[in-house]
Design a protein around this ligand. Structure first.
Ligand code: LRH
Ligand code: MN
Ligand code: MN
Length: 430
């Protein structure tokens, strides 16, 4: 039995007041799409089928290395985080899975945690390991790196942590391990660029060999940070080399914020798909670096173009194309529940718009080098307001037509501010 955090009556009343207007907008958009030969219900059904995982770590207020601004009612443990994820899913209906991070989400009883999640209408997505940060009592520091460290004992510790994450993930019902390492250097000459990769590959192969048959290992690349001169898995090229060397069930994960400015990420999507190695996404948006801003808040067009490639890939699948879609954001000045609902809507909206593209017309225009027609074919889909499709999909699944209004009306965060213990803020970290 599911035990949802927001009153079902509140959502029903909220929707009742908005149902007629939505139907009107939906019918009007339906007529418009029909003139282009598109059945609106088919697009709505695709949206209903589609989902994206939310990160457990995204439910708390993030911060920068300069400051973190706490918020009343913030979750401080995985149980409270799950409850917040349940609100996101209850109102938005496109985020039924949670991606946990270890040891941040460590508990004693993982089978119990899986049950707790199920009781909230949730399940677990890819498990994330953390060898980019030292933990209290840890035997070997990651100051010299983790899977690529020159210290054999440190590498072994990092391998064992990843294997433990797989064990935990099995109990949680997860089927993927996401590995991102912060390994790299700050000074030219600090490490040998080639040998660092060799050591990483040797260690990663040991993690890969512990992977259950039905699991995927996802390698997440990142250009810089925390290392500022070189990173071991800095780009999709390094990631692809590693995924190809490690084996069939190892694939590349694209975090949208992990590239140099102006990099054509949609082309990376197409390249990795070509190699049969497109394994997953961390959605977020950025203006400068790994800003972890809300998806679609800065460059919604780029998000659309990424989805345009994903729909192409879906139509031309290779090597069991089934990417793990996740949000990975840091919410520094908003309520994380609102940010993730907004992001999930932006992401699903791009999927819907990419699904509206007249593929036959686009391909024909491409083949005949009709540049303007090809461009306008994409642009037409991008400019379509798919809001009524998303709202209708939510309504039909029991979510809220106006998720922001319903969430605020529920006063969920105020209630949690009364119940939950406040977040302890550390001393300045600059
Ligand atoms: C690294 C990263 C990676 C981590 C998460 C907390 O920048 O994107 O996915 O696991 O942030
Ligand atoms: Mn990420
Ligand atoms: Mn990141």
């Amino acid at each position: 039995m599911t035990n949802l955090p927001i009153s079902g009556d509140l959502v029903a009343q909220h929707n009742a007041a908005r149902g007629e207007a939505l139907q009107d907008d939906y019918d009007s958009l339906g007529r418009k799409l029909e003139r282009s030969g598109i059945a609106i219900d088919a697009i709505k059904d695709r949206v209903k089928e589609w989902s994206v995982a939310v990160p457990s770590w995204g439910t708390g207020r993030g911060g920068t290395r300069f400051a973190k601004f706490a918020m009343g009612g913030e979750p401080t443990n995985i149980h409270e985080k799950l409850e917040d994820c349940a609100v996101i899913q209850q109102l938005g209906r496109s985020t039924p899975r949670v991606s946990p991070h270890f040891p941040w989400d460590k508990v004693d009883d993982y089978a119990g945690l899986a049950e707790e999640a199920a009781g909230l209408g949730l399940s677990f997505d890819a498990v994330n390991s953390n060898t980019f940060q030292d933990q209290p009592g840890q035997a070997h520091s990651y100051e010299t790196g983790s899977l690529s460290s020159t210290s054999q004992a440190t590498r072994q510790q990092a391998i064992e942590h990843n294997v433990e994450c797989i064990e935990i993930g099995r109990k949680l019902g997860s089927r993927a391990l996401t590995v991102w390492v912060g390994d790299g250097t700050n000074f030219p000459g600090q490490q040998d660029l080639g040998r660092s990769l060799d050591r990483y590959l040797e260690s990663a192969a040991q993690v890969y060999s512990a992977l259950p048959d039905d699991w995927t290992m996802l390698l997440e690349h990142k250009m810089f940070e925390p290392a500022f001169y070189s990173s071991v898995i800095s780009d999709w090229g390094s990631s692809l080399i590693a995924a190809q060397e490690l084996g069939e069930r190892c694939r590349c994960l694209i975090d949208l914020g992990h590239h140099a400015p102006n990099v054509n990420i949609e082309q990376i999507v197409a390249r990795l798909h070509h190699a049969g190695k497109l394994g997953g996404f961390h959605f977020n948006d950025s203006k400068y670096g790994d800003d972890d801003l809300d998806s679609g808040s800065i460059d919604p067009h780029q998000l659309f173009l990424v989805f345009n490639e994903l729909v192409e890939a879906e139509n031309n699948p290779r090597a069991g194309f089934d990417p793990a879609y996740m949000i990975d954001q840091s919410h520094n000045v908003t309520d994380p529940i609102e940010s993730m609902l907004s992001s999930a809507e932006a992401i699903a909206g791009c999927y819907a718009r990419a699904s509206l593209v007249d593929r036959a017309a686009l391909h024909e225009a491409q083949e005949s080098n009709d540049v303007m027609l090809a461009f306008r074919t994409l642009r037409k889909a991008y400019e379509t307001d798919v809001g009524p499709i998303l709202a209708k999909a939510r309504q039909e699944q029991g979510g809220a037509i106006d998720w922001l209004g319903a969430y605020r009306e529920s006063r969920y965060r105020d209630r949690k501010a009364q119940e939950r213990k406040p977040v302890e803020l550390g001393a300045g970290i600059v």
